[in-house]
Design a protein around this ligand. Structure first.
Ligand SMILES: Cc1ncc(COP(=O)(O)O)c(C=O)c1O
Length: 312
């Protein structure tokens, strides 16, 4: 038995899609990062960033130092759980069009949540944190967009676990927000097999490698900048996906596979299905799934009841 809930992080399951993919097509495996404490892959990043900051002397447990971070919600959940466990206060800045359930939950956990005006661009939360930090030097911004602990968590753990679970990997598909997952896990997979092709899921109309984003509804992906932790050279291909493709894929994942995944995960799976059509028999695709569907009520309203005419 472990003393602290966060210590149950990692060793997340990998499942194979068995009903959505015809036998003769590729083998598609999904890494279920929603099984982490806090419900997402960002538990790993939060844990690594806080422990590294404590090691470097930037943070001292129990001091109630004030952390601040812009987040779509998942990093916020991971950091808030860590803040509770290690004795810090936390302020999170979230775009006002993001999951209401997450915002309520974070406030319930005791985080201070500020909302940024999403109509001003997909990086509105980042700009607001910059403003706040420039006016108040007491805040400690661990900054997952520039903190090497972010990709390191995925190199040391996510990538290693994937290699332990699937021996030969032809393609690895990930969403790109900070770029931490694709950079860290992608590097680890390529070191093990330099023929592994790393694919970025790209919301339609965006240009991830150049930090160009249009308004889109695939939360957490394509945030309108190339962060300093994102090593764009790791990416071999970007494959476009529309929101309505993510909606259709979500419906199939629930009904055919019993998998209730987050929006970016469904978009990643949509990309894997496109790939499976073209790459030939017997190839293996690993898809990262950042989280489950529980925090995306509006998305699942469209999946189960919607007209599915969304074009973003
Ligand atoms: C749901 C979801 N998908 C994808 C991403 C992108 O992951 P990364 O920041 O590692 O690029 C995030 C990041 O917050 C996320 O919350």
């Amino acid at each position: 038995m472990k003393e602290n809930y966060m210590n149950y992080m990692g060793n997340t399951p990998m499942v194979k899609l068995t009903r959505m993919v015809p036998q003769s097509k590729a083998n598609i495996y999904i890494k279920l990062e929603g099984c982490n404490p806090g419900g997402s892959k960002k538990a790993r990043v939060s844990y690594q960033m806080i422990l590294d900051a404590e090691k470097n002397g930037l943070l001292k447990p129990g001091t109630r130092a004030s952390l601040i971070e812009p987040t779509g919600g998942n990093t916020g959940l991971g950091l808030t759980l860590m803040a509770i466990n290690r004795g810090y206060d936390i302020t999170l800045v979230i775009p006002d069009n993001y999951s209401k359930q997450n915002i309520n939950l974070l406030r319930g956990y005791g985080a201070r949540v500020l909302l940024s005006d999403s109509t001003t661009g997909s990086d509105s939360h980042i700009r607001l944190v910059k403003e706040i930090v420039s006016e108040n030097k007491n805040y400690i911004w661990l900054d997952q967009l520039s903190n090497p602990s972010n990709p390191m968590a995925h190199y040391n753990f996510t990538g290693k676990e994937i290699l332990d679970q699937v021996k030969h990997i032809d393609y690895f598909i990930s969403a790109v927000g900070s770029g931490g997952t694709i950079t860290g896990a992608g590097k680890r997979l390529k070191e093990a097999n330099d023929k592994t092709i790393v694919v970025a899921m790209q919301p339609q109309g965006c240009d991830i490698l150049n930090g160009v984003s249009v308004p889109h509804k695939i939360q957490g992906a394509s945030i309108g900048l190339v962060s300093s932790v994102f090593d764009t050279k790791i990416v071999d291909q970007c494959i476009n996906v529309s929101y309505s493709e993510a909606v259709n894929t979500a419906r199939d994942l629930v009904k055919k596979e019993g998998l209730y995944l987050g929006i970016s995960s469904c978009a990643n799976v949509a990309v894997s299905l496109k790939l499976a059509e073209t790459i030939g028999e017997g190839k293996t695709i690993v898809v990262e799934s950042a989280d489950f569907g529980y925090q995306y009520e509006d998305f699942y309203k469209e999946v189960f009841h919607g007209t599915n005419s969304a074009s973003l």
